[in-house]
Design a protein around this ligand. Structure first.
Ligand SMILES: [Zn+2]
Length: 292
């Protein structure tokens, strides 16, 4: 009996020493493990609210309303939910570079890269932003294990960016302070790590610590803190319901038979994005109590 106890204790000791050596040699493994289990996450409640003052608006009416901005920030793009032939990304060049990104993330990416610089002293670069369908096709042909098929890649929308710092691109990015800052803080700027280490069964993609995706606020905050993937988050929004989170109202809606969406009568400003599943996601910021 004593002998068995000694063997078990020796095994445990060897395991502890082995793990300690691994983490000493590769300290970023500990960081990845923490993100994998969500040590920094603070669960956010998604409370449904009933709104009294609801009115139906046609899409054209909303598009003409100065209080509403339509963008593409909440589009779900993957192998099951591919871009349609008539999809046109809303692109613009980032600052005075020739890097084309979706215009909805221009300002947010500027703030994120400035925060990385201030926090870590490293300059954040973009290795891949918008790609045409043909460019995606080429990448997919070269290596289907690392690239999505055409029309299933976020790069065709300009919403996903591959980022790096000097000498550390790809998986090496997560070894750096800047990579770890981006992975655990990008939600504060409206971005998510689109293919997190815990999400392969939902996204179909292995961990990509370098691929950031803009979804805007408060969606990025909810996805990160509730340890979700974009697929799970969008599916969790019950069509027609309104949720109140952190001063925002959120609703996912399928247009009715007359192509109408429902919004509070006296909303002050709203962002509306098609989600690429047939619905729209409405985000109303700075709600005041009169709306409820
Ligand atoms: Zn990418």
């Amino acid at each position: 009996m004593k002998k068995i106890k000694r063997i078990v204790l020796s095994c445990v000791l060897v395991l502890i020493i082995g793990l300690a050596l691994v983490f000493l040699a590769k300290p970023h493994f500990l960081y990845i493990l923490g993100e994998h289990i969500g040590v920094n996450c603070k669960k956010i409640e998604m409370n449904t609210v009933s709104l009294d003052n609801i009115k139906k608006f046609s899409l054209s009416e909303l598009k003409a309303d100065a209080k509403v901005s339509f963008n593409q920030s909440m589009m779900l793009i993957n192998s099951d939910c591919q871009l349609q032939d008539d999809f046109i990304p809303s692109l613009s060049a980032y600052k005075d570079t020739d890097v084309k990104i979706n215009e909805c993330l221009q300002e947010a990416y500027g703030r994120l890269s400035q925060a990385v610089d201030e926090a870590t002293g490293s300059k954040l670069f973009v290795s891949s932003a918008y790609r045409t369908k043909e460019e995606q096709q080429e990448l997919y042909k070269e290596d289907p294990s690392t690239a999505n098929p055409p029309d299933a890649s976020e790069h065709q929308s300009g919403l996903g960016l591959d980022v790096y710092v000097r000498y550390y691109a790809g998986f090496g990015f997560i070894k750096t302070d800047a990579g770890q800052f981006v992975n655990s803080k990008c939600w504060e700027y409206g971005f998510i790590i689109r293919y997190p280490s815990y999400g392969k069964s939902k996204t179909g993609m292995k961990y990509e610590p370098w691929h950031i995706r803009y979804v805007g606020e408060p969606h990025a905050e909810i996805i990160y803190n509730n340890h979700l993937t974009l697929e799970e988050y969008i599916q969790s929004l019950i069509c027609g319901d309104w949720y109140e989170v952190d001063g925002y109202l959120i609703s996912r809606q399928k247009p009715d038979d007359n192509g109408m969406l429902s919004l509070p009568c006296d909303f002050s400003n709203a962002v509306i994005s098609f989600d690429n599943t047939g619905s729209y996601i409405i985000t109303i910021a700075n709600i005041d109590s009169e709306l409820k």
